[in-house]
Design a protein around this ligand. Sequence first.
Ligand code: G6P
Length: 555
Amino acid sequence: MSIPQPVDPTATDAWKKLESLADTFQPNLRQWFSDDPDRGASWSFDAGDLMVDLSKNLVNEQILSELLALAEETDVLAHRDRMFSGDRINVTEDRAVLHTALRRPEGERLLVDGTDVVPAVHEELSRIFDFARKIRSGAITGVTGRRFTTIVNIGIGGSDLGPVMVYEALHPYVLEGLECRFISNIDPTDAGEVISDLDPETTLVVVTSKTFTTLETLTNARIVRSWFLEALRENSVSFSEAEAISQHFIAVSTALDKVAEFGIDPANAFGFWDWVGGRYSVDSAVGTSLAIALGPENFAQFLAGFNTMDRHFAQTPAEKNVPLLMGLLNVWYTNFLDADTHAVLPYAQYLHRFPAYLQQLTMESNGKSVRWDGSPVTYDTGEIFWGEPGTNGQHAFYQLIHQGTRLIPADFIAFASPQFPFKDGEADMHELFLSNFFAQTKALAFGKTIEEVRAEGTAEEIVAARVFPGNRPSTSIMAPALTPSVLGQLIALYEHLTFVQGAVWGIDSFDQWGVELGKVLARELMPAVEGDYKALEQQDSSTRQLIEYYRSHRQ
Ligand SMILES: O=P(O)(O)OC[C@H]1O[C@H](O)[C@H](O)[C@@H](O)[C@@H]1O
């Protein structure tokens, strides 16, 4: 089924109304909260276990209703339905976009080109779970009969960021005695540091690559394979190479033929499908290292969390649909209030890789300049996502968010229950932590006026420097605790709000052609880097000079 042409959002009535509202917009969160004592509650929404407070955003009823009209005029919800039902909305790659199928409960049906994809998803999941159970119980061991204690995931981009982020986030759920490590970069230090103290006899390597063509991953996999065989020999183990590789190396990919070419038996591989984008794949076989470390039951809960948010997004009326509302607010900030970036500030140390994960999800998805029919956009797309956990960020870059010249919408994320209930004397450490979370969004929203600064007896010459303008927008997301299910919900929330933005902008959020040119050039430059004089001569003066610098300084 072909996809309708994208709508130019600037041609809609809603866009024009939003432009004129923005022209005269004078947000005043102090005033709005005092005029409407229920603003906190009336702008807060539940989505699964998440409580999402939008009240400190620069939005009022009139703007919201125009944003919802914009969603209608740009066909966002119809596009959502196309995604969920497996239409080929990844137009430039002619693919369906069905990461949501990975978390459908067994028994649901989803026909794609006449085939129900759900049974295949669950079949693969049970293979993964079966394998994970055997690794965890010690029923499957290494070539010398010792239990696996370290899982090394080799992958990059979507084949790395999700597993790393989730492993860090759900650390309390990791089986004791088991550790995951990750190698992604082609910088030799990455593999070098990871393998430096590894015992080959207790190491299981998971080579994860959707395409199984990625230079970084295949290079790292070869390096680790050589290290592994050599290290086994050094341990004076007698073994057959083929047997040792088959017991210690598994693969995750959509391209099982390439897995075999690489030398891993496809029987030791877990698959997924071309309708799962790399940055949407942590809930596929790409999560195999997680299924092992966290256990099948926790991984199933993780998937159930995604599904909870999928159902919320698919079924909740527009005015309470959290991914829709958050996505539309981001459009408001980007296209009408000129925000360029968006901060994500988890008050949860376990989520320290969440902003990095979101960078791929949001920026690879929505960093596009043409719509899905090839027509150029005339408006900004994809915000720049960034962030660090609070409170660390408070002591580093919050200054700019509070008092700088830029508008930076920020998402604050926190959990009611801590993992470690430490007390500092009488004080509950988690409460000290969360007081900061509550304080920051309050300071951003309401600021501190010149009168308030003066009333504190501040010397007049530094009064101006101590004023906080306020009206700095934030969204607060809270949940009872950082469980596997809650993490799944959180990831799916961001997947769907990214989708909403892409749909309003009429772009294909599921391709990533922008990463190709650099890859091609890196291959082309290799001869020059290796010293081929003719190849070097053909380079532009800057590139040539950089390569010459490298060649004359390399030791
Ligand atoms: O999983 P792979 O096929 O190895 O791809 C790994 C990554 O590489 C690419 O360059 C893409 O930009 C990413 O979307 C992808 O996640």
